[in-house]
Write a new protein. Sequence first.
Length: 262
Amino acid sequence: DGSALCAATTLRSLQMAKEQHIRRSGGSETQIAMIGAENGQREETDALLTAFFHLLGKDDVKLRFEGTELISIAAKNAALTLPVLGRCLDVLDDDELGVRGEDEDISTTVRVQRKQTACGRAVLNILLRPHSEDSLHRIVTFMDRRSGHVSLVKYLRLTETKDVGATVDCARAIQFLCRGASGAAFVPGRFPTKCAKYICDVLGPDAYEPFVCDPIGDAQSDKLLAAIKQRVPEQVPLAIADLTRAANRATPFSGDDTSGSK
């Protein structure tokens, strides 16, 4: 693990230096290839991403941190943003990872939940960074098609007692998805994404408007968490199928960027 940490740290430092050089030259970081996959070949990129995700299952918190950072950095490349998000959601949505059987070793459960938590943090890093109009549309459409808000709700429950900062950031990411690709804060009776309709049902119309319009802080994130726990009271970790059923009980709504389902 010592050599893996050294390699991961070095790679992250080199990649950040490369980004800084490109920005100073007037280039865009959305076109920067990851070191080790400069040829743009799918096999190289897949192998690199697989190695990054492998780090998330390690016991060493430093390795998990480096893995999360490398995944987040890789997703800056426009061609990798959606594939990385997809991989992260796959991990979060895997009920076999999140739900422990009676005979299962708890250490295994802890390890896989750490991986889910790391993937959730990577998703937040991707969603909450600045985006171009095209990038915003692509991400919101993809997250809506995948019902990514369900995955974020699961992550919110996984981290509720462990990381206050993650709870607030997760609420901000959910707000981001509620606003949709247009970024419109609130239009009465209109829900631009499935996330918007789901959160309105969870919070109620009176609480939904300030949640979408106002800056998110501890109070707003706590209200959201409490409302979600009341609506879906299963113990953590939650089965993603149960959350999906809860989301799908919402009545049809009007809006854009809502093609597909989870």
